[in-house]
Ligand binder design. Structure first.
Ligand code: XBP
Ligand code: MG
Length: 259
């Protein structure tokens, strides 16, 4: 039977709650900068999150939500520039230290390192955003903790396609059966499961009602000592924290189920 060798972390919604008060706000600032009268409120943004990737989300919005918009002839380049402006705004928000890690993330990363597990980042967001988020929360040295940072346009098909997880596995030179993914959304679970990787879900306000078909367990957070997680779907036994021992035993249980 395989042993657990690596943990693969999604970023947005999993490592930090970046969407509502980070990406959404940055998109809106970029719209103002560009003289556009679009405003993505909290509820609308939740619906736009159906599409992963900022540029892909802008395409979707322009096509399906503002059909009256007189789109420039070179729509690709318009979206690319608008998205670059959004990234600059997002990086500025991170620089102000506005977005903390979710509970238990720093603890689990440190425990996993101490246990000799490999670590990866597997995300749809732009690489600079990952560097800035990790740098602003854990310090720039933390980038060296990760054996692979798979991000953004490195693959053409973003989540829910499995390509970005497949890319990370190739870089790590590990089979799916030796890795565990941590995700927060259906698009994330479809991507990780599509690559054959068992997945633990920590939900957030935008994803709480999603299905997470095939996830190994769904909880509200990783938890900290004295402030443990709540199970949403699955069996955590007596555990109150997602730690390395818990993940190893969950992994072994899932392996014995799937053979
Ligand atoms: C998050 C995303 C991203 C961010 C915005 O996916 O879908 O598009 O919302 O980032 P994941 P960019 O949870 O897989 O990280 O604007 O840089 O694309
Ligand atoms: Mg996510």
């Amino acid at each position: 039977m395989s042993t657990l060798k690596a943990l693969l972390f999604d970023v947005d919604g999993t490592i930090a709650d970046t969407e509502r008060d980070g990406h959404r706000v940055a998109f809106n600032k970029a719209f103002v900068d560009a003289g556009l009268d679009w405003c993505w409120d909290v509820a609308l943004y939740g619906r736009l999150l159906a599409v992963s990737g900022g540029k892909e989300r802008l395409h979707y919005f322009i096509r399906d939500w503002v059909p009256e918009f007189d789109a420039p002839e070179d729509l690709e380049s318009f979206i690319r520039q608008l998205h670059q402006a959004k990234t600059r705004r997002y990086l500025a928000l991170l620089e102000q230290g506005g977005i903390p890690l979710r509970p238990g993330v720093e603890r689990l990363l440190k425990e996993a390192r101490a246990a000799g597990l490999q670590l990866g980042v597997v995300t749809t967001t732009t690489p600079e955003n990952v560097t800035a988020l990790l740098g602003s929360t854990l310090g720039m040295d933390s980038l060296g903790w990760f054996d692979v940072i798979a991000a953004g346009d490195i693959v053409a098909a973003k989540k829910p396609a499995p390509d970005i997880y497949q890319y990370a596995l190739d870089q790590l030179n590990l089979p799916a059966a030796q890795c565990l993914a941590l995700e927060d959304s259906d698009n994330g679970v479809l991507s990780s499961s599509g690559a054959g990787i068992e997945t633990v879900v920590t939900v957030n306000d935008y994803t709480r009602q999603q299905e997470f078909a095939g996830a190994a367990i769904v909880v509200d957070q990783l938890g900290e000592p004295g402030a443990g997680f709540e199970v949403i779907v699955g069996d955590a036994g007596d555990a109150t924290l997602i730690d390395v021992a818990f993940l190893e035993s969950l992994f072994a249980k899932r392996q014995s189920l799937t053979g």
